[in-house]
Design a protein around this ligand. Sequence first.
Ligand code: PEP
Ligand code: MN
Length: 377
Amino acid sequence: MIILLSPDAGPSDRDAVRAAVERLGATVGEVELGSRQALLVEDAGGRLTVGALSRLPHVQRVVPLDSGTPLAAGSLTRERRPVALGPALFGGGHVSVIAGPCTIEDPEHLRVITHAVRDAGAAALRGGAFKVRTSPHAYQGGGLEALTHLRAASRDVGLPFFTELTDPRQVEQVADLVDGVQIGARHMQNFPLLLEAAKLGKPILLKRHMAADLEEFLLAAEYVLQAGHEDVILCERGIKSAERHVRYMLDIGAIPWLKQRVGLPIIVDPSHAAGHHELVPGLARAAIAAGADGLIVEVHHAPEATRCDALQALSPGAFAELMNDVRSLVALDGRRVVPAPLHALDGEGNGVARVRLAGAPGRIDGQHTAASSRRSV
Ligand code: PEP
Ligand code: MN
């Protein structure tokens, strides 16, 4: 096992941990982990547990080396760094909210939705072009043409986007179009898709299958990590249960559990868990309070006109309220919502855009006017 010491542990604290572990009958060695302070514990007697060692003072985390998911567990030992989708940052003290329609339909609707979520403070967009529907009779998505609409809308508002891929053959087709790849719940164990998507080198948003336990979830992430791609964001979106009052049962406990075991960011999809727009804000707030590094939320200004997940879409107004709640909750534990509210305007009253999105109009690379970028806070 590796013990990661609290960042503020001094040399005498380190010695105290070492002595305590040795008193418990294990051998303690040194291990180099960049700037992290760590100790290697060899417990020949096999008596020590992760739980027991975690209770020692000055111990931040204990990482078992015999974990079935060594790469996911190993990510804990890296510096805590966020996964970046353009300017959107997930983890490492940063919280970003992804928002947009379930599926990409009418371009004018898309324009209204993307402007609304940008103005409310979303850090990234979502929208499905390749939909995975339980019924073959349900709308299957607009394919590549729809994706070009989402890309145009993304560049128009200056926010990057995630979109779901469902087949390894799509990866090459969309390589120059997408910012990040969503692997949906039903494809969590589509290993050829995971491996092909990893080759893109773009952030992967991996959703938990509705019947997967957390070990299976991490093993799926392990496929991507083993392919040498580290930018994986885990997404809890609810699991099957006996209950009917929600579409899926959101596993809030998964958030702190995963945070203790892996260094990958974890975000939550309250929309597919709730199945009903009235339940979404409560689940979203619970997720942020439990430590989630972000949310992915479905928003539609005219849900009566959509063919996909109309009941669970938040109105733009409800989404703006939720963003206010997210900012309040995140401030409580000293984390930061991305983007910061644009109070920080320059002398001319302009907000300064931070990152160039490939294919964005020039405006995005420089400054936007306060009017086009001010967010309600
Ligand atoms: C979605 O995000 O559009 C979606 C279908 O979600 P899930 O894969 O979690 O069902
Ligand atoms: Mn949906």
